[in-house]
Design a protein around this ligand. Structure first.
Ligand SMILES: [Zn+2]
Length: 144
């Protein structure tokens, strides 16, 4: 296993050689975008601090608000388009449309959020956006 450091020339070469589709595919499959061997998550949305397969610091990738934003962008385009087309093509009441499309929105969001977070993780790793490692005093919670 190689140690993963930001700016390491060997890691940078490996990261650059990895094709975009491979990185995105591994992320969408919720695997480590770098090696593809280990799961990237150890909970529904909690990213493993370090990949057990290759040592990539997955927990230092700052995904933040991007995955929920992208998920809502995709889901709401699908749901609103479906609701408008259904409303125009049928005589369904508004209550019935809400009864169909509100749960659909929730289900699609929950299904897509995790793979989109994995893909975001892959994109950020591919372009090299990783938070710096904490110093020993920061990890112990001591003040400097
Ligand atoms: Zn890995």
């Amino acid at each position: 296993m190689t140690m993963w450091t930001v700016g390491s020339s060997a890691q940078s070469r490996l990261r650059r050689r990895l094709p975009w589709l491979t990185t995105l595919g591994r992320g969408l499959a919720m695997r480590c975008p770098f090696c593809g061997k280990s799961p990237a998550f150890d909970g529904y949305l909690h990213v493993r601090p370090i990949c057990p397969g290759c040592g990539t610091p997955l927990g230092r990738v700052p995904c933040d608000d991007a995955p929920p934003y992208i998920t809502l962008l995709v889901v709401l385009h699908v749901v609103v388009t479906g609701a408008v087309l259904t409303e125009r093509a049928s005589t369904m009441s508004s209550t019935m449309l809400l009864a169909i499309f509100l749960p659909l929105t929730a289900v699609l969001t929950l299904l897509l959020l995790r793979p989109i977070k994995g893909a975001t993780l892959g994109i950020l790793l591919k372009v090299g956006i990783v938070r710096p490692a904490l110093s020993v005093s920061e990890t112990n919670g001591a003040d400097a």
